[in-house]
Every structure is written in C-alpha cells, then in structure tokens.
Design a protein around this ligand. Structure first.
Ligand code: PLP
Length: 405
C-alpha cells in the first residue's frame, strides 16, 4: 500500500502554494513532478563525476559512461526489452517517433504505400507520418473511434492491406484517457507481417510497459512523464528492425570509422545516438524508474484506479458537466466541458483556486474535431493525488458554474 503522506513528501513542489492556496496538480498528462531522489541523482552527476560518455579514458568519463549504460539497463528491465541494444535514448516521445518515421521511411516506404494511425493520436504520432507521406508519396489511413472513446477495431481490420507498411498507435489517449487494446491491433498486423509502433507516452507511467508481452516492434516514451527529467526519452525497437534501419542523424559516437570516401556505423544502439547525449537526463530517468519500481507498479495502478473511480463519480454528479472519454478501460484522466462555459474560463478560475488543469486541444485536434468542440478541460491524475484534492476540484467546478449562472 502506498503511504500517501510519505510519497507526497518525496515531491518538494507538491508542498507549494499557488495564489496562497495549496497546489493541486492535475496536469500530470502534460508532465509529472519529480521526486527528490531523481533531482539528487542528476545533481550528483554534475557534482560528483561529470564527464562525456564513451569518449575519454579518464576516470570521470568512465564513471559517467557506466552510469549512462546502467540507466539503459534500467530502461531495458523496466520495459522488459530482450536486449540493451534495443534501447536507444532520444530527446523524448516526439524525438523517437520522428526518428523512426524518418529512418523506417527511408528504408521501407515508397510511393503508394500505406501507414495506419488512429483518430485519437497526439500530434506527435500524426505529423511525422504526414511529413513522411509528403516525402515519399505514401498514404495515411486512420482508425476511427466511437463517441465513448474506443477505437473501431472492425474498421481497423478493413484498413489493413498488402500496401500497409507500418501501424502506429497510442497506448493510451492523452485527450480521452482510453487504454487501447494493443493486442487486438498488433496480432492482426503481425499476421500480415506488418510492424507496429506503440506510443507509450501516456502508458508507461501507469504500469503498462512490457514490450515482449505486447510484442510491439517499436515502443517510445518520454522521461518527463514518468517522474524523470525533461529532454530525455526512449526509442525501443526490436533488434531485427533496428539493425536494418539507417541512422537518422550523423555525428560523433554513432560511427565506426570515418573517411572522406566511406563511413561505417557503430553497432546498436549507438548507431542512433549521434553527438553528446543527455546522459544526465538518462541517469535521472534510470533513478525515476527505480522509484516507480520501489513504490510498486501494481500499487500505483491500484491507487490510480481508486482515484479514477472516485473522480468519475464526483464529476459525473455535477449537473452540466460532460465527460469526453467514457471507455471501460481508462487511465485516471478526465476530459470535460461545462455547459456554456468556455474551457479557458474554467481552467483560469480553477487555477486561481490553486488547481492546475490543462485546457485546449491537448495536441489532439482530430479528437476535438470528432466531437465538434474546440477543446476540453483535462484533469490528469496520478498516484500522488488525493481524494481530498478531487473533492476540491469538484467544489471548484461548482464554483465556476455558480459564477457563470
Ligand atoms: N504522445 C502522447 C500520447 C502524448 O501525450 C505526448 C505528450 O503529451 C506526446 C506523444 C509527446 O510527448 P513529448 O512532448 O514528451 O515528446
């Protein structure tokens, strides 16, 4: 069982006041707060042993390289990848998807080929594929979702064709909270020899990240959404895919031998890590993953389920509040609108009450278009949130309604 008082004391920023009110942080979908152990770990890199990785023969470079490769092993173990060579560090989810779209596109995509994404993707899993389609003359196909926020899997099966080269779907919708049934996406694609990329940006921190059990071909996520530093992320790829893909950036460390006539590339995963990497971020991410493991992924998941059930009931009891995303399988994210009240007004008044929520399209404009709305208010919770905070949100929303009535 998570001891909530102990856990909250791990996160210094949660003790903060905003406009004189205790901070209630419900914007975890955008970025999560960082526990002290992660901050200490990053500080330790710079105060104890900072040296550039894989470069020097000196002790500090060795120590940093060891910690960096140790972080890679922590990621490998956390997502249950078969090997460390399958774990590439990047700047984040966006960086990872762009890298794969470029590199996979160079190797495998030609004119008329098809790429499948879903209607509930974050822009980060739409636009890189659109850029690829423009470059190669390929075609983007879209799996629709229904009004409850579930993907239409029958339509998906109809979209799969001999022309499909890759399927790229989110694990969890950032705008609706839906947990996508990935097995039902991956198995039929694999039956046709088509690889699947999973955008784990909103999934990994809620306990769903076992790439071997999912059998996905690529899995990407951002450190900052799982209690780690910003500017670091992961691009997992099965060795059979990564080994055949060309690098997407050239520079130091990703090479084996450079001459003006011909350059050969380093082995995996370094082939995809050009230049000085964010090694302090990677080491901080490793510590964040340790922290999540120490709390217990099942414990986190149980607590978040309780928070979701309570928040859904509390918010549903408010007249004039409509929730977008009613799937039976959801993470603890609630997107909503109040009748005749603009989402920005709701968000701004809640902010004055010390409650941080996100408003707008959440970088998922097609989701908003689906419902014919401009945006929503999104409360995205995680394990360090409390029932008391949900009550305060409920009371805050009622205050917003009464101010506009
Ligand atoms: N994919 C999803 C589902 C997201 O929610 C986000 C960010 O909110 C991203 C991708 C992009 O993540 P980042 O900005 O960390 O690259």
């Amino acid at each position: 069982m998570i001891d909530i008082d102990v856990v909250r004391s791990d996160f210094p920023v949660l003790q903060k006041k905003v406009y004189g009110k205790p901070l209630i942080y419900f914007d975890n979908g955008a970025t999560t707060q960082k526990p002290l152990c992660v901050l200490d770990e990053v500080r330790k890199v710079y105060t104890d042993y900072n040296g550039n990785v894989h470069r020097g023969v000196h002790a500090m470079s060795d120590q940093t390289s060891e910690a960096y490769e140790g972080a890679r092993e922590k990621v490998r173990s956390f997502i249950n990848a078969a090997g460390r060579e399958e774990v590439v560090f990047t700047s984040g989810t966006t960086g990872s998807i762009n890298a794969i779209a470029y590199s996979f596109g160079e190797r495998y995509i030609n004119q008329g080929d098809e790429i499948i994404v879903s209607e509930m993707e974050h822009h980060a899993n739409i636009v890189p594929w659109q850029i690829l389609c423009q470059r190669k003359g390929s075609v983007l196909k879209v799996i629709p979702f229904n009004d409850r926020g579930d993907l239409n899997l029958e339509e998906y099966l109809k979209l799969l064709s001999p022309k499909t080269r890759i399927v790229a779907v989110t694990q969890v919708s950032n705008a609706l909270g839906t947990i996508v049934p990935l097995k039902e996406i991956i198995e039929p694609a694999h039956a046709m020899g088509i690889p699947v990329l999973v955008d784990g940006a909103q999934g990994v921190q809620h306990g769903f990240a076992d790439v071997q059990s999912l059998d996905c071909d690529f899995y990407v996520f951002s450190g900052h959404k799982i209690y780690g530093p910003t500017g670091i992320g992961v691009m997992y790829g099965k060795e059979k895919w990564l080994s055949g893909l060309p690098p997407y950036q050239g520079g130091g460390d990703m090479v084996d031998r450079v001459t003006f006539e011909k350059t050969t590339y380093n082995e995996l995963p370094f082939k995809f890590e050009a230049g000085t990497m964010n090694y302090a971020g990677a080491i901080g991410l490793g510590r964040a993953l340790d922290y999540v493991k120490e709390l217990g992924r099942d414990e986190i998941s149980d607590r978040e389920k309780t928070l979701l059930a309570y928040a859904t009931e509390r918010l549903s009891s408010i007249q004039g509040l409509r929730i977008f995303g009613q799937s039976d399988r959801k993470i603890c994210t609630i997107s909503f609108l109040l009748d005749n009240i603009h989402q920005y007004d709701t968000g701004m008044i809640l902010d004055k009450l010390g409650i941080a929520v996100r408003t707008g399209t959440h970088c998922a404009q097609p989701v908003m278009e689906h419902y014919g709305i401009e945006g929503t208010v999104r409360a995205s919770l995680c394990f360090y949130n409390t029932i008391g905070e949900i009550d305060a949100l409920g009371t805050g929303i009622e205050k917003v309604i009464s101010m506009f009535s």
